[in-house]
Design a binder for this molecule. Structure first.
Ligand SMILES: O=C([C@H](O)CO)[C@H](O)[C@H](O)COP(=O)(O)O
Length: 215
C-alpha cells in the first residue's frame, strides 16, 4: 500500500509559533494545513509565507468555505494553496465553485463532511463533481462531546469512490495505524502534535506508525 500522507493541522494563532512548529516537524509531515482559526486570524499573507518557507511541502488552507465557492477560494489558490477545503453542508453549487477555482490553478479540493447528515451521498456527489479529496472530520467541539471519526471513515472507505479520503478528529499515535488500515489516504493530526511536550517527537512517532501500518 502507498504510504498515506500526514497532514499537520496548524490551528495556533501565533505566526512565529506556527512557523516554528512547522520547521520542527517538517521531516515527518507531507502537508502543512493552515487551520481555520489561523487563516481567519492571520489572513492570506500566511499562505504566501508558507509557500516561501516550505516550497517542497503541500499546503492546505482550511477555509471551510460555505458560500461563494469560486470567489472565496480563487485568491488562496493564486497565493499558493495546493488544496483548500469546502464544507459538504454548503451544497453542490458551492463545492463546484471551489472545484472550478482549483482546476484553474492546477490545485485540489477537499470536501469536508463535518456535520453532513448523509455523508455517503455527499461523498458520492463530490466525487462525481470532480473533488479529489473527501474529509471525514470530527471537529474539536464534537470531540469534546466524546465523538470520534472512526465509524464514518469505515463507512465512506467501503464505498470505494474515486477520491482520496482524509481523516481528522483527535488522531494520535495510538490510532494512526487503525485509520490507515481502515482506508484513510491522508491522516490529519493537530493537537496530538502541537499540544505535545515535543512536537517533533510526536510527529516522528505518528510517521513511524503510519509507515508501519502501510508496510
Ligand atoms: O479542522 C480542525 C478543526 O475544525 C479546527 O479548525 C482541526 O484542525 C482538525 O480537527 C485536526 O485537529 P485535531 O482534531 O486536534 O487533530
Amino acid at each position: 500500500m502507498a504510504r498515506p500522507l500526514i497532514q499537520l493541522a496548524l490551528d495556533t494563532l501565533d505566526i512565529p509559533q506556527t512557523l516554528k512548529l512547522a520547521s520542527l516537524t517538517a521531516p515527518y509531515i507531507d502537508i502543512f494545513e493552515i487551520g481555520t482559526p489561523s487563516i481567519k486570524y492571520n489572513g492570506i499573507a500566511l499562505v504566501k509565507e508558507f509557500k516561501k518557507r516550505f516550497p517542497n511541502k503541500l499546503l492546505l488552507v482550511d477555509l471551510k468555505t460555505m458560500d461563494a465557492g469560486e470567489y472565496e477560494a480563487t485568491p488562496f489558490f493564486a497565493a499558493g494553496a495546493d488544496i483548500t477545503t469546502v464544507l459538504g453542508v454548503a451544497g453542490l453549487a458551492t463545492i463546484k465553485g471551489v472545484i472550478n477555482a482549483a482546476n484553474k490553478h492546477n490545485a485540489e479540493v477537499q470536501v469536508d463532511l463535518i456535520n453532513v447528515p448523509d455523508k455517503a451521498a455527499c461523498a458520492r456527489e463530490s466525487a462525481k463533481a470532480g473533488a479529489q479529496i473527501v474529509g471525514i472530520h470530527t471537529g474539536l467541539d464534537a470531540q469534546a462531546a466524546g465523538q470520534t471519526p472512526f465509524a464514518d471513515l469505515q463507512a465512506i472507505a467501503k464505498l470505494g469512490l474515486p477520491v482520496r479520503i482524509s481523516v481528522a478528529g483527535g488522531i494520535k499515535a495510538s490510532t494512526a495505524q487503525q485509520v490507515v488500515k481502515t482506508g484513510a489516504n491522508i491522516i490529519v493530526v493537530g493537537a496530538a502534535i502541537y499540544g505535545a511536550a515535543s512536537p517533533a517527537d510526536a510527529a516522528r512517532e505518528i510517521y513511524e506508525q503510519v509507515v508501519a501500518a502501510a508496510a
